[in-house]
Ligand binder design. Structure first.
Ligand SMILES: NC(=O)c1ccc[n+]([C@@H]2O[C@H](COP(=O)([O-])OP(=O)(O)OC[C@H]3O[C@@H](n4cnc5c(N)ncnc54)[C@H](OP(=O)(O)O)[C@@H]3O)[C@@H](O)[C@H]2O)c1
Length: 325
């Protein structure tokens, strides 16, 4: 089968289309004939050698796929022949991909395979961080950085469906306009406005219940200022730096919580629990057509490098997807 790896992790042009044997599913796993695979920022980090696959995961890039189950290991036979999308720890940029049955979701008729491939990584991530660790709930106002990212667009859509006011930050006016079209309550251009002041104004000085942060560094103390008392700060990335200088006294005085997580290395049991929660609470909204991913663009598998280049240029809104078959 054809697959994409990063043999020399130092540039998009180094992605290589190679031939590999079709993998075989073990017990509890399925083999998916991949129709489409989502592209995520962590794939770029992996290509650059900054995010190696966890032990046991394939070196083939790709954290999410959609397609048809063509072979099932013991205990996963119920999925044979089904159209599914799946979260995988690697192996998505390929014609065939093995996935745990426990991270598969059946694709409803209302979704295309390209749309389905754009869902798992952001949905699982936003679900466990914004709703799980952040405890965001109906009626809350939350702040999400990277409002037009894959993660940000999913956070806007989910937050809105679950009754939240979602304030986002974006790097241009055009992106801010798109974020509001997608459903953000308000979008702040962080290049021309001070997001701390804007959040204060937009919340009447109360602050937000949760900050979902993918920026890190000097944003962290500023994010804390945006939080209401008892608010929660959830880190999912640190694009401006892995270290932050913050006032512990503020955390104590205002009873703030700092937390975060990274999805890929989590054990299958945890991911399956997330899948079950999502199947029960979010998937009916997908089946009903209320939740769809925002797809920026599609590329054939053999042009994966162009998809990476587009993501790195930072002009996209929503998800990039590779069409495989
Ligand atoms: N922890 C986890 O489990 C997990 C899982 C998946 C993804 N992630 C992380 O989540 C982030 C988003 O992933 P994605 O796939 O959705 O990527 P993406 O679509 O490429 O989005 C990246 C976003 O980061 C924003 N950004 C970059 N540098 C910034 C800066 N200096 N200040 C403010 N905003 C900045 C960009 O916004 P502008 O262009 O508007 O500036 C862009 O919207 C990535 O950092 C990724 O590593 C974490």
């Amino acid at each position: 089968m054809k697959a994409i790896v990063a043999p020399q992790p130092d540039g998009a042009e180094e992605l290589a289309l190679i031939e590999r044997p079709v993998p075989r599913p073990s017990a509890g796993e399925v083999l998916i004939k991949v129709a489409a695979a989502g592209v995520n920022r962590p794939d770029i980090l992996q290509r650059r050698g900054l995010y190696p696959p966890p032990p046991g995961a394939p070196d083939i890039l790709g954290l999410e796929v959609a397609g048809e189950v063509v072979e099932a290991g013991e205990g996963a036979e119920q999925l044979l022949g089904a159209r599914v999308c799946a979260l995988v720890a690697g192996g998505g940029y390929a014609e065939y991909c093995v996935a745990p049955a426990g991270t598969c979701l059946r694709i409803p008729e209302v979704l295309s395979l390209v749309e389905a491939a754009a869902i798992p990584e952001t949905l699982f991530t936003v679900w466990t961080n914004l709703f799980g660790r952040g405890c965001a709930a109906d009626g809350d106002t939350v702040l999400v950085h990277g409002g037009t990212s894959g993660i940000g667009t999913m956070a806007i859509a989910l937050g809105k469906l679950f009754g939240m006011r979602v304030i986002v930050t974006c790097g241009s006016d055009a992106k801010a306009e798109r974020a509001v079209e997608i459903g953000a309550t308000a979008a702040i251009n962080y290049r021309t406005q001070d997001f701390v002041e804007e959040v204060k104004r937009l919340t009447g000085g109360k602050g937000v219940r949760v900050v979902l942060d993918m920026v890190g560094g000097d944003y962290v103390p500023r994010n804390l200022t945006c939080l209401a008392d008892e608010g929660r700060h959830v880190s999912i990335a640190f694009q401006r730096g892995a270290r932050a200088d913050l006032a512990i006294s503020e955390v104590m005085r205002r009873r703030l919580t700092l937390t975060g997580s990274t999805l890929r290395p989590r054990e299958l049991r945890f991911k399956t629990m997330l899948r079950d929660e999502i199947a029960a609470t979010v998937w009916p909204l997908v089946e009903g057509g209320q939740l769809r991913p925002v797809v920026d663009s599609k590329f054939p598998l053999d042009r994966a490098a162009e998809a990476h280049a587009r993501m790195e240029a930072g002009d996209h809104v929503g998800k990039l997807v590779l069409e495989v078959s």
